[in-house]
Design a protein around this ligand. Structure first.
Ligand code: FAD
Length: 295
């Protein structure tokens, strides 16, 4: 099948793009086109206008200061995967980017496109939920900030208004000073280039990595493709916080994740299997993050 007819627009500035989104009826932003073209070719999306944002250089940035990390919406998966700034400040981001599909998708796909499509199986939405990221949204009328927690509402349904663009995200660094922090992103896949059956973002901060039994001051875990939104599991985090990591704490965290998820069945993964993956991969992610924090 071919896409329904549409008009193509290629603005050269953010202000022009926002004007187009405000003025044109049924207009959709176009970024890396790794998802939208599939939807349009199958007539699951038929926008009248496409606003191509690939010339908006002002949305291509990775910036870190002591308090936060900011990543622009037009940064490609490949750039995130290879960013030295992110590897140092928030290593879960490059790890998550490197597990998206194959090189072709990673060369073109963008952070904003991944967040914008609102797929609860997506890697970045899961990382954003775990790290309490804020999404920056702009329209011709102004800009606003929405927490990841509030942005993802249901499968393929977000808080974004039709005339808004995601311009980037901001992630607080304070909870995760690199010297006392471990992070990881694990994905269970049927094949290297497919979407994951389930994935998990984990992060841990310990009080003293030199101590024989460092106490976990802060733990984060979020699961992708396990519910209709990227699912943070605070109950699992609470099972291991405030004490050194133990088998009992990990087992309780895994059980909490097993109960918390509400996964959709797939051809190769029924609900029970996905719950078991959630239990096992929650434990693995927290163990890996802990081991990296104390390494
Ligand atoms: C074979 C294959 C495997 C994949 N596997 C994975 C995977 O394992 N994990 C994963 O996370 N992703 C996966 N993806 C998806 C990939 O990450 C896409 O690149 C991404 O989801 C969409 O980004 P894009 O820049 O291509 O967006 P586009 O396809 O251009 O747009 C996607 C949607 O987002 C909207 N949009 C784009 N930019 C913005 C913006 N700045 N503000 C608001 N809305 C915007 C568009 O209007 C559209 O609705 C896979 C894709 C393919 C084809």
């Amino acid at each position: 099948m071919k896409p329904a007819p549409f008009e193509y627009h290629r603005p050269s500035s953010l202000a022009d793009a926002l004007e187009l989104l405000a003025d044109l009826p049924d207009a959709e932003p176009l970024a890396g086109n790794q998802s939208l073209s599939i939807l349009m070719s199958n007539r699951l999306a038929s926008p009248d206008h496409l606003v191509d944002i690939n010339d908006l250089d002002e949305l291509s940035y990775v910036e870190a200061d002591n308090g936060s990390v900011a990543v622009g919406a037009l940064v490609r998966h490949r750039e995130i995967e290879r960013s030295g700034t992110l590897a140092q400040a928030l290593p879960v981001f490059p790890e998550a980017a490197g597990k998206i599909a194959g090189p072709v998708v990673r060369n073109r796909g963008t952070l904003g496109g991944s967040l914008g499509e609102g797929d609860p199986a997506g890697n970045y939405p899961c990382v954003a939920a775990a790290l309490e990221a804020d999404l920056e949204l702009a329209s011709a009328g102004g800009s606003r900030t929405v927490s990841a927690d509030e942005f993802f509402i249901a499968t393929m349904f977000t808080d974004r208004e039709e005339d808004e663009l995601i311009t980037g995200i901001t992630v607080p660094r304070d909870p995760f000073p690199p010297a006392r922090t471990g992070q990881t992103f694990l994905a269970v896949k049927e094949a290297a280039q497919t979407w994951p059956t389930l994935s998990v973002a984990g992060a841990v901060r310990v009080d003293d990595p030199e101590d024989e039994e460092p106490v976990l001051e802060d733990a984060r875990v979020a699961l992708a493709n396990a519910a209709e939104v990227p699912l943070r599991v605070p109950g699992a985090e609470g099972e291991i916080e405030g004490e050194p990591l133990s088998e009992a704490g990990l087992a309780a965290a895994g059980e909490t994740a097993y109960e918390a998820v509400n996964p959709e069945e797939e051809l190769h993964a029924d609900e029970t299997y996905k719950r078991e993956l959630a239990r096992e991969y929650t434990k693995r992610a927290l163990t890996t993050a802990h081991d990296r924090a104390v390494a």
